[in-house]
Design a protein around this ligand. Structure first.
Ligand code: HEM
Length: 421
């Protein structure tokens, strides 16, 4: 379908909803050329408020860092939120999840601070570093499993299982349950887009919530040395966490802890195959891996946009008046290619000096798991190219299958071959 006659806003929304097959980055470049704030139809059809796209870095930072001027929680200001439709469709009796309940992603103010501080200690750089040896073992075990075959699906055999096993071990999710969690969370990640929600998403969210509630019960009966058990103790002893918050938090950590990171590993590997000189430089000097991870996050990171923000008062962005209650959607993938901030922004350069990218968001809601994701990315790429130096795509790049995931493109599978030297 020729979409070039549509406005650039419509084409951006086509990408965010999964309806468009256009290259997202060329559409985002056109959006940046159009201006710093672009008007879009309000997804809830609000008559009182407007919605806006923000595709540049400076304005993205303005919105994400202004904790008084913008909120993730529209109920603070009586505005329409995009979650309402889904929240309304879920069975009232079903336990909460990160999306339908009270998770920190959609809260602000003191409640956000309280919830985030409860888990922050588990995500310090020091603690994350202490997990590195185990992340390494998991990466090695995954490659041991496929070593003799000379080929694998890099998504199914490596990029997906690595982060889900890491976060599951941290939280204390039994090994036998992880495949089921994968089914639910993939369906959720693929089923929700701008103005679009597959009916099956409701069912998967409900089942994910019910499962998590049972898991919490089992930790109450037999606590272990894991993060869920610690959170359950906090709920019981200090009364700082309600049952709804606890279950919302756990589903958030499980979902956010692996969907995005597996996308980083799979898409990152694809981008490296697509830029053979960069890949060769990385193989020649593996000390370049941490910098390459940052560049891969900037160049084509897992999140297209952060959650919508709502103006808490009348304000302006780049001279455009924004009314109280208006919705603002920050396009982080576009801001990360802002030509005013990065030279040759559309090129992948693993040795680029990066001051800042927005792949983990910015401000109060900046990704809690960023240190863990960075370690996983570092271990995943180092191990992959060290152990399988002659790794190659099995089929030409045009035959690679992409799917809609997390409001953008993700890889459905990435068949690769290798042989031992
Ligand atoms: C490459 C991997 C990852 C990427 C690109 C990523 C991206 C993001 C982004 C963009 C946000 C901000 C959302 C917003 O402002 O609306 C966020 C928040 C969050 N992420 Fe990540 N994430 C990744 C890995 C992880 C991991 C491994 C965890 C660990 C459990 C995690 C847990 C969270 C949590 C709990 C929040 C909510 C923070 C808050 O609202 O205060 N993420 N992530």
């Amino acid at each position: 379908m020729d979409q070039s006659s549509d406005s650039v806003q419509t084409r951006v929304l086509g990408i965010l909803s999964g309806k468009s097959r256009e290259d997202p980055f060329s559409v985002f470049a056109e959006a940046r050329a159009e201006g710093p704030v672009l008007s879009i139809p309000h997804p809830m059809g609000s008559e009182d408020n407007q919605a806006w796209l923000v595709p540049h870095m400076d304005e993205a930072l303005q919105v994400l860092k202004d904790k008084k001027g913008f909120t993730v929680d529209p109920s603070y200001i009586d505005a329409d939120g995009v979650r309402e439709q889904l929240t309304d469709s879920v069975d009232e009796e079903a336990p909460d999840t990160f999306f339908t309940g009270t998770s920190m992603l959609f809260m602000d103010g003191l409640d956000h601070r309280r919830l985030r501080s409860l888990v922050s200690k588990a995500f310090t750089l020091k603690y994350m570093e202490s997990l590195r040896p185990r992340v390494q073992e998991i990466a090695d075990e995954l490659l041991d499993n496929v070593e003799a075959d000379g080929e694998m699906d890099l998504v199914k055999d490596y990029a997906y299982p690595l982060p889900i096993n890491v976060i599951s071990e941290m939280l204390g999710v039994p090994e036998g349950d992880r495949a089921q969690i994968q089914t639910w969370s993939s369906a959720i990640a693929q089923g929700m887009g701008w103005g679009r929600q597959d009916p099956a998403v409701t069912k998967h969210l409900e089942q994910f919530g019910k499962y998590t509630k049972q898991l919490v019960e089992s930790k109450r009966q037999a606590p272990g040395d894991d993060l869920i058990s610690k959170l359950v103790t906090m709920e019981e002893e200090d009364d700082r966490l309600s049952e709804s918050e606890l279950i919302s938090m756990i589903t958030l950590l499980i979902f956010a802890g692996h969907e995005t990171t597996s996308n980083l590993i799979a898409t990152g590997a694809f981008e490296l195959f697509d830029h053979p000189e960069e890949l060769q430089a990385l193989k020649n000097d593996r000390s370049l891996v941490p910098g390459a991870v940052e560049e891969l996050l900037r160049f084509n990171g897992p999140s297209t946009a952060v959650g919508p923000r709502y103006a808490t008062q009348d304000t302006e962005i780049a001279g455009q008046p924004i009314a109280k209650g208006d919705m603002v959607l920050v396009l982080v993938k576009s801001a990360n290619r802002d030509e005013k901030k990065f030279t040759e922004a559309e090129d992948l350069k693993i040795q680029r000096e990066i001051d800042r990218h927005l792949a983990f968001g910015q401000g109060l809601h900046m990704c809690l798991g960023a240190p863990l994701a960075r370690i996983e990315g570092d271990v995943a790429f180092s191990t992959l190219f060290q152990r399988l130096p002659n790794l190659q795509l099995k089929y030409p790049r045009e035959e690679i299958t992409w799917s809609f995931v997390l409001s953008s493109q993700g890889l459905e599978s990435l068949p690769v071959t290798f042989s031992f030297q």
